[in-house]
Design a protein around this ligand. Structure first.
Ligand code: UDP
Ligand code: MG
Length: 343
C-alpha cells in the first residue's frame, strides 16, 4: 500500500460505487463522474470503487484507473457479499465530509450531484434521489418495486420514502451513524431513514442500464424485501395472534351453525370440508412457524458476530482518517484478533 502524499488536498467529497460484473460500463461511468466532481470540488474528492467479487474484468479495470488517477481508490472484497454489504464496506472506508453513493450502471445520473449538494447547503443531511420515472425497466420490475414500497409502508414504523434506491448524498455525521450500526442484515436506505435528521428528496428520471444486466433478479429482490421488513418491523410476528383470532372466530361461527342444523333435526355432512379445514389450519400453522423461523434464524446469524465482509485488497491511498468508519472497522479488528488468538 502506498502512503498518502503530504500535500494531498482535504477530501470534501467521496463518491462511492459498488461494482459487480460491470466491466462494460466502468470506463463510461468514471468518464462521466470525474468531470462532475471536478466542476464542483476541484481536486478535493475521491472516487471509491468497491469490487463485490466480480467474475469479470471489473477489478483489473478498477486497478488500471487507480494507477492512472490518484483520486481513485479500489476496495476488493474477498467474494460476492451482496450490494448492501459492498456499500457498507465502502462507507466504512470513505474519508470525505460528504458521501455520494451511486450505482455503477449509470442508472443514477451523476449530474444530480449539483442539485443534491444544493439541498445539503440548505441544511439537509441527506439528499436522496427519488425516481419519478424508470426508463428501460420491465413492467414486472416496476410493478414489484411499487408493491414492495407500499408493503413496507404498511409494516414499518420508520418512514422509508417510496421509489428510492441507495442513490444519495449524505453528510459525514450520517455516515458515521451508519458505520456505528453493527447489524448484519443491512437495508441501507432504511437505516438512513431510521437515523433521521433532515432529509430531502431530489426527483429524477431513472435511465436504463448503460451496459450489462440487472443483478437483482426476482429472488434477490424478494430477499432484499424480507431483509427490509424483518430489519425494521416485528409486525409479522403478530401474524400468529391475528390469524389465531380469525380462525377461532370462524370455528365458533361454524360450531353455532352445526348446533343450529342439529337442533333443526339434520346432520352436517362433511368429510371433504373437514379435510380441507385440517389442511388450511395446518398450512397456516406452518406459515406462522416459518415467520418465527425467519426471525430466529436472523438472531442466530447476528449472534455469531462474524465480520460483515472480508476485504482482500485495498488499492490507492489508505484511509488517512482513523475516524472514518472507525466503529465498523473496530469490530472488524476485534474479530480478527479473536480469530488470531483462537487459531
Ligand atoms: N451490485 C453489487 N453486488 C451485487 C449486486 C449488485 O455490488 O451482488 C452493484 C451493481 O454493480 C450496481 C448496484 O449494485 O452498481 C445496483 O445493482 P443493479 O444495477 O444490478 O440493480 P438494479 O438497478 O437493477 O436494481
Ligand atoms: Mg441498476
Amino acid at each position: 500500500m502506498n502512503c498518502a502524499s503530504p500535500i494531498a488536498p482535504p477530501i470534501e467529497l467521496s463518491v462511492l460505487v459498488p461494482v459487480y460484473n460491470e466491466e462494460a460500463g466502468l470506463d463510461a461511468l468514471i468518464a462521466r463522474v470525474i468531470p462532475v466532481c471536478e466542476s464542483l470540488f476541484g481536486d478535493r474528492f475521491e472516487l471509491v470503487l468497491v469490487n463485490d467479487g466480480s467474475r469479470d474484468r471489473s477489478w483489473p479495470i478498477i486497478c488500471a484507473h487507480v494507477d492512472r488517477d490518484p483520486r481513485i481508490r479500489g476496495i476488493n472484497l474477498s467474494r460476492n457479499h451482496g450490494h448492501q454489504l459492498a456499500l457498507s464496506a465502502g462507507l466504512a472506508h470513505v474519508r470525505g465530509e460528504l458521501v455520494f453513493v451511486l450505482d455503477a450502471d449509470l442508472q443514477d445520473p451523476p449530474e444530480l450531484l449539483g442539485p443534491m449538494l444544493a439541498k445539503i447547503r440548505e441544511g439537509y443531511d441527506v439528499a436522496y434521489g427519488q425516481r419519478i420515472k424508470r426508463h428501460g425497466e420491465t413492467a414486472f420490475k416496476r410493478g414489484t418495486a411499487a408493491l414492495f414500497y407500499r408493503l413496507l409502508d404498511r409494516l414499518v414504523d420508520t418512514h422509508i420514502p417510496r421509489d428510492t434506491g441507495d442513490f444519495r448524498l449524505m453528510t459525514r455525521r450520517v455516515v458515521d451513524q451508519l458505520n456505528a450500526m453493527p447489524e448484519r442484515y443491512r437495508f441501507v436506505r432504511g437505516m438512513v431513514s431510521w437515523i433521521g435528521f433532515e432529509q430531502a428528496a431530489v426527483p429524477y428520471e431513472r435511465d436504463p442500464r448503460f451496459a450489462g444486466e440487472t443483478h437483482y433478479p426476482l429472488a434477490k429482490m424478494v430477499a432484499l424485501a424480507v431483509d427490509a421488513v424483518t430489519s425494521f418491523s416485528v409486525v409479522p410476528l403478530r401474524l400468529a395472534s391475528h390469524l389465531g383470532m380469525v380462525f377461532g372466530l370462524m370455528g365458533l361461527l361454524g360450531l353455532i351453525w352445526i348446533v343450529a342444523v342439529w337442533l333443526a333435526g339434520g346432520t352436517v355432512q362433511g368429510w371433504a370440508s373437514l379435510a380441507s379445514l385440517v389442511l388450511i389450519i395446518g398450512s397456516v400453522q406452518l406459515l406462522v412457524l416459518g415467520v418465527f423461523g425467519e426471525y430466529l434464524g436472523r438472531m442466530y446469524m447476528e449472534s455469531k458476530r462474524r465480520p460483515l465482509y472480508i476485504i482482500a485488497e485495498l488499492r490507492g491511498q489508505p484511509a488517512a482518517s482513523a475516524e472514518a468508519g472507525a466503529p465498523v472497522r473496530a469490530l472488524e479488528e476485534e474479530l480478527q484478533e479473536r480469530i488470531g488468538v483462537a487459531g
